[in-house]
Design a protein around this ligand. Structure first.
Ligand code: SF4
Ligand code: SF4
Length: 97
């Protein structure tokens, strides 16, 4: 078996390390169709518990519905735990838009 020269091995390892050590983007909250507001039931639990004020309610046909401001959402998941309809999941930002 031939040995890989140290320089190439080091380059490979550093490259791999750099690739895997990139901090992953934190997820953001995504509200699904199970949300009570989509069925005309008043609920604002997610807004009430969000520590960053990322949940806002916007008027829509049938009543106000929650919207996530992804610039403010830290992906902490507190809203998902508080949601009585289990309507909130955490997902990568790309999947949230
Ligand atoms: S807590 Fe859940 S059910 Fe209530 S408004 Fe938020 S997403 Fe909808
Ligand atoms: S995940 Fe955290 S920061 Fe984002 S909307 Fe829910 S409670 Fe707010």
């Amino acid at each position: 078996m031939t040995d890989v020269p140290d320089l190439q091995r080091r380059h490979f390892l550093l490259g791999r390390f750099a690739e895997t050590s990139q901090p992953a983007e934190p997820p953001v909250a995504v509200i699904t169709q199970s949300c009570f507001a989509h069925r005309g039931v008043a609920c604002m639990s997610c807004r009430d518990v969000c520590p960053t004020g990322a949940v806002r309610f916007a008027l829509a046909l049938g009543g106000a519905r929650p919207r996530i401001n992804t610039d403010r959402c830290t992906g902490c998941g507190v809203c998902a735990q508080a949601c009585p309809a289990e309507a909130i999941r955490l997902a990568p930002l790309e999947a949230a838009s």
